[in-house]
Design a protein around this ligand. Sequence first.
Ligand code: ATP
Length: 314
Amino acid sequence: MRFYSLRAAAKINLYLEIIGDRPDGFHELVMIMQSVALADQITVRAIGVDEIRVRCSHFEVPTDQTNLAYQAAALLAQEFPDQIAKFGGVEIAIEKNIPVGAGLAGGSANAAAVLVGLDLLWQLGLSQLELQDLGAKLGSDVPFCLMGGTAIATGRGEELDPLAGLEPLHVVLAKYQSLSVPTPWAYKAYREQFGDRYLNEPQQRQDRQQRVHSGAMVAAISQRDYATLGQELCNDFEKVVLPVHPQVAQLKATMANLGGLGTLMSGSGPTVFTLAETAAQAEEIAVGLRQAIPDEDLGIWPTHLTSTGIRLDP
Ligand code: ATP
């Protein structure tokens, strides 16, 4: 086959707690991650020349070496030089549906799709675990984007523990299109304001992770107790992002008033989501939100939760 087409799902964070600093400069986290059906379309196509090319439908996304999809291909080319010599280079086409700089891991999802696509195109025969190890070199969210579904993520986000799926649930995502929050800024702001609370002892950190593993949200997920799940939604980044972006705080308050199971900002924002029990309820929330905030800059995406991270199109 000369090309593969893949769907790369966005993620939301149902839970995100920042525990402390790590010696490698990253933050120690405990998160509960969830794939959603809103997805980018990635095509990897063999080209005759020994090059990596990226095309993208979104003007804000770079197509040079800073694109995470490019970096995924470059990593595989470096790790498996014989394969690129045998099969030639690749053109990566990205059709963006996931909003950019949104806290939905769009770039990480693209990188994950390229790893899966090139594994096929270059006949590498990598296992899921090998792909996840390579993914972790590209970004903390890439292993989860490869695995998909529902999972507890610890470490810097790359250590994954799968949980029971939440596929029956729906979700409404909303983001002011012109607003994006750089993740490095959010971490810096969090450290400045809450760094004195960071846990440094390994035992304290383990206890904190354990508290999430045996906590109310994980129990609610395994028991499919969606009402409790909605009440337990929690994201430390809200503490720094909402005060600086009152527009996002207002969006969250408006969405929370429209019914649904619970409302939260995803990742470092500024996307806010509301979980819903049915597609009809998600649609109602989306319509209600459009009426409550008739601002054209506000993008609204009703979608559903999914167990799939990267899906190969037939
Ligand atoms: P995360 O939740 O992982 O922090 P995000 O959803 O906030 O990610 P992305 O959409 O992944 O943010 O993009 C953040 C920045 O990364 C963009 O502004 C863009 O310049 C750059 N970028 C590099 N590669 C990509 C890509 N393939 N898709 C989108 N953005 C990319």
